[in-house]
Design a protein around this ligand. Structure first.
Ligand code: DX5
Ligand code: ZN
Length: 220
């Protein structure tokens, strides 16, 4: 069954506690937390104290998407703050094997994100060591961007590779996901859909946002 991970980047930060309760009640599977440093991406978002406070507000697992330089320096802090799964970007992880090992030693689940222009082949040597692969369908940095179509091929090919080499590794997709494209993304092979704007800016509120995404992917 396809899972939904609301990205709190699009939430109303004045009532973050209520918003995460709403998505939990609506059947979201985990929370996606976007950390940006104004260096790896041209935007700054939230950090360790936010994760720590949120941890008291929900039972949902947390995945922390680190769009920052030298993510290896912050793994332990995010882990202690409450992250269950840590996702680093392949593009700024020169010693990716070491970083993944550091995450596993915490011990937390380890994921790697690929920018739209990054080919799946960069993971060839370490595919067996991953708990999650995150395929970006926008260029990381901002919520509310337009969904890019061309990474769908990469999702299809990673699905085939994972089925063969690491079936328990999750395939997640992030960027511009809404009820109109969610089904196609799931059909391409995604296990988990990240959604910010389509959940938190939904006209009916975040609960309705989660429900309409779940409906889109689960209906026959
Ligand atoms: C983009 C972030 C995404 C973003 C998704 O850099 O990684 O997680 O919050 O937001 P939407 O769903 O609005 O594209
Ligand atoms: Zn993200």
């Amino acid at each position: 069954m396809v899972k939904v991970a609301p990205s709190i980047l699009a939430a109303d930060f004045l009532k973050l506690g209520e918003e995460i309760k709403a998505v939990e009640q609506a059947g979201a599977d985990r929370l996606h937390i976007d950390v940006m440093d104004g260096r790896f991406v041209p935007n700054i978002t939230m950090g360790i104290p936010v994760v720590k406070s949120l941890r008291r507000g929900t039972r949902l697992p947390f995945e922390v998407h680190l769009m920052i330089e030298q993510p290896e320096n912050y793994l332990e802090a995010f882990s202690q703050a409450g992250a269950d799964l840590l996702i680093v970007q392949q593009e700024n992880s020169v010693h990716l094997d070491r970083t993944l090992q550091a995450i596993r030693d915490l011990p937390k689940k380890a994921g790697v994100a690929l920018n739209p222009a990054t080919p799946a082949g960069v993971l060839e040597e370490i595919i067996e060591k991953l708990d999650l692969i995150l395929v970006m369908t926008v260029n990381p940095g901002f919520g509310g961007q337009k969904f890019l179509e061309y990474p769908l091929k990469k999702i299809e090919s990673l699905r085939r590779t994972l089925d063969r080499r690491n079936p328990s590794c999750e395939l997640e997709v992030d960027g511009g996901i809404d009820p109109r494209n969610a089904r196609r993304v799931a059909k391409a092979g995604a296990d988990v859909l990240v959604a910010g704007t389509s959940v938190f800016a939904h006209a009916g509120g975040p609960e309705a946002g989660v429900r309409s995404l779940l409906q889109a992917v689960r209906e026959k």
